[in-house]
Design a protein. Structure first.
Length: 199
């Protein structure tokens, strides 16, 4: 890190903005934007750079055969189902998820955690934790370590998704095709609602 960076004074107003990966940042220091790509962590810690909070969130319902995917709107109000990924292998599955993170400019992955009703881990819980670890490692190795992964309790989510689809009068075959995507919507919507409550 060049020594003259240490002497920079933080500005009280936004001087400009830049995009690094899928994230947009506000700059609070009189430094060329090209410097921030290489030294992003340094500037974040010292307050010269702030990540914008209006980026989308992506929700995942990770199952053995499929992964339901949902994405928030830009206002972080509503979750929308976008696809169901057919699983072929954990590495390729993670790569596919990363493609959607980039496509929709997401800064947070909200992953459903299938706990038992008493709050303890289930066999599926361990598989989801393994998927998270693989996704984190792949993002770290490809310059996407800035994307946060959080767990969201998904107990009874599948049951709720089934009820929503039945009320929508979908056939059993059609419900089977979209239930994981709908579960991802419910997982992400719960997270978005919690954000709204914190505001």
């Amino acid at each position: 890190m060049p020594a003259f960076f240490l002497g920079l004074l933080k500005c009280s107003v936004t001087l400009s903005s830049c995009k690094v990966g899928v994230l947009t940042y506000d700059l609070y220091a009189p430094v060329p934007t090209s410097c921030f790509s290489r030294h992003r962590t340094f500037f974040l810690r010292r307050g010269f750079l702030k990540r914008r909070k209006d980026l989308r969130k992506i929700g995942l319902d990770v199952g053995d055969k499929t992964i339901g995917v949902a994405v928030s709107d830009e206002l972080l109000i509503a979750a929308n189902g976008i696809t169901t990924i057919e699983r072929v292998g954990i590495r390729k599955d993670c790569s596919k998820v990363m493609d959607y993170i980039k496509e929709y400019d997401c800064d947070t992955v909200v992953m459903g955690l299938p706990l038992k009703l008493d709050g303890t881990d289930s066999p599926q819980t361990e598989k989801v934790r393994e998927f998270r670890t693989m996704l984190e490692n792949k993002m770290r190795s490809t310059g996407m370590a800035y994307v946060e992964i959080v767990f969201q309790d998904e107990r009874l989510t599948t049951v709720q998704a089934e009820r929503v689809l039945i009320e929508a009068d979908l056939s059993r075959k059609k419900r089977k095709e979209v239930i994981d995507k709908q579960a991802a919507v419910l997982i992400l919507q719960s997270y978005l609602d919690s954000l709204a409550f914190k505001r």
